[in-house]
Ligand binder design. Sequence first.
Ligand SMILES: Nc1nc2c(ncn2[C@@H]2O[C@H](COP(=O)(O)OP(=O)(O)OP(=O)(O)O)[C@@H](O)[C@H]2O)c(=O)[nH]1
Ligand SMILES: [Mg+2]
Ligand SMILES: [Zn+2]
Length: 303
Amino acid sequence: MTASGKKPKAALQSGTIVASFGRQFTVELGDGVLVTCVTRGKRTDIACGDRVAIAMTAPDQGVIETTGPRVSLFYRSDIQREKLIAANVTQIVIVLAAPAFHQELLDRCLAAAGHEKIRALIALNKMDLASGAAALESLEPYRALGYDVLPLAAKIDIAPLRAQLAGHVSVLVGQSGMGKSTIINRLLPDAAARVGELSAAHGGGRHTTTHARLYHLDAASHIIDSPGLQEFGLHHLTPQDLEHAFIEFRPHIGHCKFNDCKHLSEPGCAIAAAVARGEINPQRVESYRKLITQFMRRPKLYD
Ligand SMILES: Nc1nc2c(ncn2[C@@H]2O[C@H](COP(=O)(O)OP(=O)(O)OP(=O)(O)O)[C@@H](O)[C@H]2O)c(=O)[nH]1
Ligand SMILES: [Mg+2]
Ligand SMILES: [Zn+2]
C-alpha cells in the first residue's frame, strides 16, 4: 500500500513478440527471458515482431498491456478481417520453389510488400532439382521489373541467402512446402523448426508450420518463419493502390481513355495497349484483373 492507499502498480517490462498463437503470445524480454502472455480483452491486432509492454502475473506469465509503434506491418485481408503476418519487418522474403509455384500468390505478396514500402526479395528454393533452371527462367520477367531474384538450394548451401539477411528483420512467406522452415534450420542449426519431411516416426504425416516465430541471427539481424499461405487477400488495397502496386503499370496510369478505367476490357485502355505491344506481361495483368474484380464485387458499404 502506498500513502494514498492504492496498491502500487507492478512496473511494466518491455519485450518483443517472438511467437504468436492467435490468442496467446510468447514475449521475449530484454534479457532473453521468455514469458507466455495473453492480451486484455480479445485483442487480435498483435503480430510476431511487435514490441509490447507486459505486466507479469507469474514468474513466466504475463499480460500484454500496451503495444509500441510499428515501422511496418505485413498483412493480408479478406472481406471480414485483417490477418497479420509480421510486424516491424524491413524485408519480405517470398519463398518459391521448383518445379512450380503459384504466380498469383507471388504477385499478391509483391503488391502487399510494395504497398507497405517493405523491400521484397524473391528466393527460388530447391534449385538442386532438375526443374530448377526452368523455374528460374519463369522468374525472368520479375528480374526485368527490378525485383531481386535469388536462386537457392537451402538444403545444400544457405550462404547466398544469409548474405541478404544482414541488418534486416526479414519474414519468410510463401506456400506450404517451399522450404521456409528448412531455411530457418540451415541458418540456425539449433532452431529445430519443424519441417515437412514425411516421416514414419510421425505417423507418416507432414510437419507444417502452424504459427509465426521470430529467430535471432545476430544482434542486428532477425528472421520470422510463418505458416504456409494458400491465399492472400488484398481487400485493404483500393483500386488506385492496386494499379500502383503493379509497378510496370505506373507509366501508363492516366493515359486510358476513361479516367476511371479499371483496365479490364474498356476501350482505349493504355494498359491493354502496353500488353499488346509486348511491354507488359499478360500474366501480371491477369493477376491484377482478379484482384480488381474481387474488389469490385465487394458488398458496397455506401453509394
Ligand atoms: N530438394 C530440396 N528439397 C528441399 C529444399 N529445401 C527444403 N526442401 C524440402 O521441402 C519440404 C518442405 O520443407 P519445409 O521447410 O517444411 O517447407 P515450409 O515452407 O516450411 O512449409 P510450411 O511450414 O507447411 O509452410 C521438406 O521435405 C524439405 O526437406 C531444397 O533446397 N532442396
Ligand atoms: Mg514451415
Ligand atoms: Zn485502362
